[in-house]
Design a protein around this ligand. Structure first.
Ligand code: ATP
Ligand code: MG
Length: 442
């Protein structure tokens, strides 16, 4: 250690304790085991649907989101972590969502060249919101994006994928809400009617709504202000402005969902937070998480690829909030128990550790999760303290590598969970013969 380092470390305790940024959470072991469990369920299901993983950067050019999500959206107006690169002045943003980044990557790598793509991602997103339960400044999304296919069967496929995920993880009581936003000309006609309606009721509008009246009146329908409930409910419905083709798309989607036994309710006020959606929009909602009840949202975005500079191509997708899905599973008592080792290796004589390590690696090679004892101070500690650690680890078995037993190529295997603590001596020369007969609770 250099002089400077040692001086610094001796002063360390005088510094104020550093903590994580507000609204950004550490995921500690115990908690992270649940995350890994959920992620692995997602990977399995995505593979079954033949969706492939894509990983895009966390930082993107700010223009991507301004252009992609729309200037008059909550995210772009007030939630983005944007900054200037100190070296070259580039305007950058920590991604608030991933659809725009995926589309950028698909265009940049000309991925639709030989046909449509089915993709999924997982990762952190950043939004400067007021932190509360289910709402954080760094949060995590899992998303599916399908690009290059136009038919309603693909809208259905992504919805069925989410629906099947709830089944795979045992999530209950999420309802599906569905709407169609039609196509741009239909929205334009609706927009005029909407502005007229809100102009008539100016006195009932809050500040946000007044500001958006002429820039993005559709967004007013997405208000969370209960005082505006009536004026929003009586507003003209976009559904009534849809033409034949849009209605046919929507009805075909509904029919596929019906055939597949997926229940949904129509919500004519469902508009979603970004401007890039058209035709189908949907959300999976729960009543068990207070006002942060949307666990997953998505829809069709046939014009985004062109907006980001690609050749026009249709697309549809969704994103779910990992924290919210886990919170809901927790609420429903549906999370798996914490991961524990299968066995804990007790090593009474520290001098045998090199050899013990070798056997433990062989056991791990056979698929047994083994935790090795290690002393926290000098030496390995007493047998009693080692057994206490073994018990605390949650392992089903203690493997006792006594020096005498080792000299005869043997190990004692003691059950820690069956009540009478049966112990037997096993051969270290034939690990397979007994390792496979060990019984683990999970
Ligand atoms: P909300 O209406 O709750 O703000 P949103 O419409 O902004 O959600 P999307 O942008 O559609 O959300 O993101 C998809 C999902 O990501 C949401 O349904 C939610 O589960 C999750 N999510 C969004 N913002 C946050 C956040 N700040 N913290 C935790 N999860 C979030
Ligand atoms: Mg939001």
């Amino acid at each position: 250690m250099s002089d400077i380092q040692s001086k610094d470390s001796s002063k360390l305790s005088a510094f104020k304790k550093l903590t994580a940024v507000k609204g950004m959470n550490d995921v500690l072991p115990g908690e992270s085991a649940k995350w890994e469990w959920l992620e692995s369920k997602v990977r399995t299901l995505m593979a079954q649907y033949a969706y492939r993983n894509i990983r895009t950067p966390i930082v993107e050019p700010t223009a991507l989101f301004v252009r992609g999500l729309g200037e008059v959206t909550d995210i772009v107006e007030k939630e983005m972590y944007s900054f200037e690169d100190r070296l070259n002045g580039e305007a950058l943003t920590l991604r608030p969502e991933s659809t725009a980044g995926v589309v950028r990557a698909v265009v940049e790598h000309n991925m639709l060249y030989e046909g449509g793509k089915r993709l999924y991602y997982m990762g952190p997103m950043f939004r400067h919101e007021r932190p509360q339960r289910g709402r954080y400044r760094q949060f995590h999304q899992i998303g599916a994006e399908v690009l290059g296919f136009q038919g309603p069967e693909i809208d259905a496929e992504v919805i069925l994928l989410a629906h099947d995920l709830w089944q795979a993880i045992g999530l209950k009581d999420v309802r599906l809400e569905l709407n169609s936003l039609g196509q741009p000309p239909e929205r334009l006609a609706h927009r005029s009617a909407l502005i007229q309606h809100f102009e008539k009721h100016q006195d009932l509008l809050d500040e946000d709504a007044k500001r958006r009246l002429y820039t993005n009146p559709l967004r007013i329908l997405d208000t969370k202000n209960p005082a505006m409930k009536d004026v929003v409910e009586s507003a003209p419905k976009l559904m009534d402005f849809l033409g034949e083709v849009s209605l046919a798309h929507f009805n075909a989607l509904r029919q596929i969902l019906d055939i597949n036994g997926v229940h949904y309710t129509l919500n004519p006020r469902l508009v979603r937070g970004m401007d890039y959606y058209n035709l189908t929009v949907f959300e999976f909602i729960t009543d068990q998480l207070g006002s942060q009840g949307t666990v997953c949202g998505g829809g069709r975005y046939d014009y985004l690829i062109e907006q980001v500079g690609g050749k026009p191509a249709p697309a549809v997708g969704w994103a779910l909030g990992l924290e919210r899905v886990l919170a809901l599973l927790e609420e429903q008592g549906a999370l798996p128990p914490d991961a524990v080792p299968d066995a804990y290796a007790i090593v009474p004589d520290a001098s045998t550790l090199p050899l013990v390590l070798k056997y433990l690696r062989s056991l791990r090679g056979l698929g047994i999760k083994v935790q090795m004892h290690a002393g926290s101070g000098e030496g390995v500690g007493s047998m009693k303290s080692q057994f206490k650690k073994a018990d605390g680890s949650g392992a089903a078995y203690a493997l006792i590598f006594g020096a005498d037993e080792l000299s005869q190529n043997k190990v004692s295997v003691k059950s820690l969970r069956d009540g009478n603590g049966a112990q037997r001596s096993e051969s270290l020369d034939n690990l397979e013969t007994w390792a496979h007969s060990l019984q683990f609770p999970h």
